[in-house]
Ligand binder design. Sequence first.
Ligand code: FES
Ligand code: FES
Length: 163
Amino acid sequence: MAKVKLTVNGRAVSGDCEERTLLVHFIREKLGLTGTHVGCDTSQCGACVVHMDGQSVKSCTILAVQASGAAVTTIEGLAGNGELHPVQAAFKEHHGLQCGFCTPGMVMTAVDMINRHGGHLDEKTVRHELEGNICRCTGYHNIVKAVLSANEQMHGSAKQAAE
Ligand code: FES
Ligand code: FES
């Protein structure tokens, strides 16, 4: 067994787990934060995306012990003061979800994408960067619209809106 200590959504947490425990299972089963989903066993679907030290990562590809000492943000840590994060609000406004299973990973990926591009996002880039997130419901169109809309809201300089 290994001791894992990390900060999750601003809170210091720790727990024992087997060395082989994946970060996503630590988050879901030890911490009870079930907003982070598991949609595959091949590291393809992106339902498990969280932020580790500010960058999006597929939490099914990282051992919990590898995340020890890191600051992790999950979908539960995104909203603040009772308000949805602008990306969450944009997904809601633009109908960027149906069953919602992929949505936590989509949103976490989108937040990182918007942060990294600093407002300079276009539809082609959004579609390219969403390659690692699979949605079986929406056809992606409204997800792309939501990301571009949130980008504009957060940076005020989006050059394009998805048709
Ligand atoms: S559960 Fe991590 S990529 Fe599918
Ligand atoms: S909304 Fe159902 S998988 Fe994306």
